[in-house]
Each structure stands twice: as structure tokens, then as C-alpha cells.
Design a protein around this ligand. Sequence first.
Ligand code: UFG
Length: 353
Amino acid sequence: MQKTILVTGGLGFIGSHTVVALQEAGYEVVIVDNLSNSFAFVLDGIRAITGILPRFYEGDCNDRDFMQQVFSKEKVEGVIHFAAYKAVGESVAHPLKYYHNNLVSLIVLLELMQQYGVANLVFSSSCTVYGQPEHLPVDESAPILPAQSPYGNTKQVCEEIIRDSVQAGMPVKALALRYFNPIGAHPSAHIGELPIGVPNNLVPYITQTAAGIRPELSIFGKDYNTPDGTCIRDFIHVMDLAEAHVKALDYLLRQDAPSLYDYVNIGTGKGHSVLEVVQTFEQVNGIKLPYKFAPRRPGDVEQIYAKADKAKQMLGWQARRSLDEALRDAWQWQKALKEKGILEKMQKAEANS
Ligand code: UFG
């Protein structure tokens, strides 16, 4: 019998790729998404890859009545909770919006999981919980530093909410995955990242610049204490990250203990500088990218990359795809946005919403 997994935020960037990976691993997927930062046509992209249309409920995870209906209709065995706001700058300007959305949705989910006897939870956390770590690569024993933004704080508090619930005896097995920097797209170019407006993140900004949508990339800071002066991050292909969720779920389903909480880094273990990313993008795609150096961006940590050994030992997972591959797939996706008329679809969906 196929196990049914509820994926909240399943039409977003990481969510949609994870839905594909889950379907390919034989899970049945039910998506809840409020389309606040995603589009219903992503379902067509998922079906184009796997041949399976997941069941989709449009609604908000903060809406207990709506979520109750989903739990009562579906025989859910596990939840992967992606649905959250994620823009660091916006969270500084609108903290309550972030605290309300990101915390209440998790609380509603945990309460319903308890009510319906759903035992398995994979939670989207972030390497942001480490701030600027003292030792690199950073492992899971590193101290959690005061968050730099309300967004970062929501990730820390959500981890604590899950930990405390488990400690109090709630019969749930939960894993928080601390993601490093997800980039790339599915190699079919049927799904990928769909930033609305000016992208905050590096790779969508690069691909939009290469496509002529933005005149030039600004590299924020060239005087960091790194070999080329630009920041260093652990860039992970989104399909590797998606597969980590499947392994996390498999792991939880294998555990006999009625309740557990743990957290694990999901990164490649390798750091690449911003300049290296730009140069690799140019090389693998044969494109010259207009860029300039600009002042440091407030709140950026200088460098961070993962020690990914725990994921390997515990989940039997490690990243398999290279930076080259991720940057090639990101560019194929940017081109598909135009060729497949996805930009027009986005405009239509936005106009209808
Ligand atoms: N960068 C540029 N130019 C840009 C965009 C980004 O130089 O136009 C640089 C940034 O300054 C940074 C690096 O590229 O040095 C990576 O920036 P991203 O915005 O792509 O990613 P971050 O490392 O800032 O973000 C990640 C996660 C967030 C998380 C954050 C914590 O994507 O979810 O780390 O700081 F909150």
C-alpha cells in the first residue's frame, strides 16, 4: 500500500521538487498550498515529469478548519512542512506577519497530527540557525546563535516548538532539516524557482541577468576575509535537497520509538564563493554575465558550509550533483520560463488571484 504524505507548500521551489522525488520513490502525495508565493500550474510541471497529478488542496496552514478537513479526508502517514514565509528583509519590516504565519502554521499542524495520530514530521529548517559559525565546516553540535532576523528566529523557535512537544511526550517522530543554499531546477526544466519581483537570492538574480531581465548583477562585498574577498556558501542542487526529504521520511518510518526529535544539516560539504558561482555559470553556459562589485549586504554572514556527515550516517544521503550541474539546470529553467510561456502563465495567475 502506498503511504500518503502531506506536503505543505508543495507548489513552492523546494516543495515541488520534493513532491517529484516522493512520487518517484512510490509515495502518494497530497499538497496543501495557499498560492501566496507559488502557482497552481506547477501541478502541470509535476505531472509532466512523473505522470502523476498529486491531490491539491488550496488553503492556508494557519486555517485550522481547512486543515482539519484535509486531515479528515486523507489518511496521512507523514507530513513535510515547507509552507512558510522566507524573505529575510521582509521579515525585518513585518515581523508579526512572519511570526504569525510561520509559528501558527506549525502549531496547527502539530495539534492536528496529534489529533489524527499522524506520527512523522519533516520540518524545513535552515543553516541560518548557526549565524556565523566559529568553526567550518559547521556541524550540528555548533551553538545556535541569536537570530539575525525575525525569519531566522522563526526557524529557531519552530525547532524548539517541535523539540519541546517531543520532550513532553507527544507521539511524533520529527526531523528538522537544516538546509544550506538550494539552487538549480529539475533537469527536465518542467519545474524550478519562480521568484515574484526582483529576486533576493543569488542564482535567480544571475539567471535573470543572463536573460536580460536585469541589467547587471551586484556582488555584495569584495572585502570579506575569504580567498577572493566574496562570501562563501554551500550551494546544493534542489533535487539533492528533495531526495534528502525522501530519505528523512524513510528514516522516520523505520524508527520504532514512538517519539523522537533530531536535526541534521543538508548541504554538500563544500563552500563556493559568490564570484566562483558567477564564473562557473559563465563557463558552463557559455554566457558573459554583466556584474559589478557593490557594498556588503547587511546581515550576510561571511562564510558558511556544512559538515554533512550526520546526514550520510543517519539517512544514507549525500549530495550527488555538482555546482556545474545546478547552474546548467538553473539556466535551462530560466530559458524554459520564456519558451514554455511560463512567464505569461505567472502573469495570468497573478491577475486572477
Ligand atoms: N548575493 C549577491 N548578489 C545578489 C544576491 C546575493 O552578491 O544579487 C550574495 C549574498 O550577498 C550572499 C550570497 O550571494 O553572499 C548568497 O545570497 P542568497 O541571498 O542567495 O542566500 P543567503 O545565503 O543570504 O540566504 C540563505 C537562505 C535563506 C536564509 C539565509 C540566512 O536562502 O533562507 O541564508 O542568512 F535565511
